[in-house]
Every structure is written in structure tokens, then in C-alpha cells.
Write a new protein. Structure first.
Length: 91
């Protein structure tokens, strides 16, 4: 969930999150957003079986073939969304 801006009465989109690594687990259809090295946020979403992804580096996470073999689909920038009312990232 994004940070809330009281003066604007809405949630604020984070460019870091939008530019992070977005994957969907093919078995559970859950979205997981993983920060790149040096990003200042924790991961979003995912389920227990997704924890193995945290052991991988950015290069491995960006390898679409390797991620597909693990059961994940990469989400490209045009399909990434953020709802300022609910504060949720989704694809």
C-alpha cells in the first residue's frame, strides 16, 4: 500500500515501486513486487512460496525465461497500475 497524503486526501504513488520487479505467480495468480537493489521499500504481495525469490539478484529476477521456468510471469510497465483511492498496486 502506498503512503497516504492527508493534505490531498489520497494515497501517493511511488515511482520506485512502479519501476521495481513485478511478477505474477502462475499457480496462485498473486502479484509480488520485489524491490531492486538499493530501492527503499519492502516487497509487496506474494505468498509463502514466493519467499525463494528474495534469494535471487536483479539480473536473475529480470530473466523472463528463468522466471517463467519457476512459474512466474513478468508484468511490463504498461500493465502496472496504482489506485490513489485504495492505495493498492495492481496489474
Amino acid at each position: 500500500m502506498g503512503p497516504y497524503d492527508n493534505s490531498a486526501s489520497c494515497y501517493v504513488l511511488s515511482e520506485e515501486v512502479m519501476n521495481a520487479i513485478w511478477l505474477v505467480n502462475s499457480n496462485t495468480d498473486s502479484l509480488i513486487i520485489i524491490p531492486r537493489a538499493g530501492d527503499g521499500f519492502d516487497s509487496y504481495g506474494g505468498v509463502e512460496e514466493d519467499e525463494t525469490l528474495f534469494e535471487l539478484n536483479d539480473e536473475e529476477l529480470n530473466d523472463e525465461d528463468a522466471m517463467e521456468a519457476r512459474g512466474y510471469t513478468s508484468i511490463y510497465q504498461p500493465f502496472r497500475r496504482f489506485c490513489t483511492t485504495a492505495g493498492y498496486y495492481y496489474a
